[in-house]
Ligand binder design. Structure first.
Ligand code: AMP
Length: 200
């Protein structure tokens, strides 16, 4: 929705890493086991992959970084990378969800194999069972790391290595805390308000 409404490009380091794993690149081979264990891939690999992608022309209007930065080193590198291009972080959004709710959300989610539309076993089922609302596809997929045990590992990596970035962005006056225990539509509206405000 943010991409459609604001003409921004969403860049997910998780997506970029999964593509590298699928393509069997050297970075992908190194990242695979770490991702399966729910731990963080090294800053060097993540930054190299992101830098490559940020060199493409479609990012000129602005980007939504999803799942990045996840460490203090990544945040500092991002500031440097953006400064080189005369840009800066305009908002850092912290979507705040209880850990147990997070486990339920992540371990129940799946996507349409055709168009990528997201669904959830409990919270967002297709209108007709087994048929994608968006493209009519009938094949769906789940990420290997979206099981409760790995999600708990990912949460502990989050608390140890990523949560300190909340203070980092707060100190730079760009932190936006979004209570995200509510409905999908309510959270969408809050995010649209934030992006509308910072890109005005
Ligand atoms: P995500 O798609 O954001 O849930 O990320 C899936 C997995 O990819 C994570 O559990 C990490 O192993 C790896 N990953 C994604 N983004 C990063 C990042 N910024 N830093 C380190 N590891 C990452």
């Amino acid at each position: 929705m943010l991409e459609e409404d604001f003409g921004l490009v969403q860049l997910s380091t998780g997506d970029l890493l999964r593509a590298a794993v699928a393509a069997g690149t050297e970075a992908g081979r190194k990242a695979k086991a770490v991702m399966e264990a729910g731990q963080l891939v090294s800053d060097d690999i993540v930054l190299a992959i992101l830098k490559d992608r940020m060199a493409a022309p479609d990012v000129a209007k602005g980007i939504i970084l999803d799942g990045f930065p996840r460490t203090a080193g990544q945040a500092a590198a991002l500031d440097g990378l953006l400064a080189e291009a005369g840009q800066k972080v305009t908002a850092a959004v912290s979507l705040e969800v209880d850990d147990e709710a997070m486990v339920a959300r992540v371990s129940g989610r799946y996507t349409c194999a055709g168009c990528g539309e997201g669904y959830h076993d409990e919270f967002k089922q297709p209108a007709r069972a087994g048929i994608c609302d968006k493209c009519g596809g009938t094949e769906f997929k789940r990420r290997a790391d979206d099981n409760a045990e790995t999600v708990r590992e990912r949460l502990s990596a989050y608390h140890a290595q990523t949560a300190p970035l909340i203070a980092y962005y707060d100190a730079r006056s760009v932190l936006e805390r979004v209570p995200a225990m509510g409905s999908i539509s309510g959270i969408r509206a809050t995010l649209a308000d934030i992006v509308g405000r910072v890109s005005a």
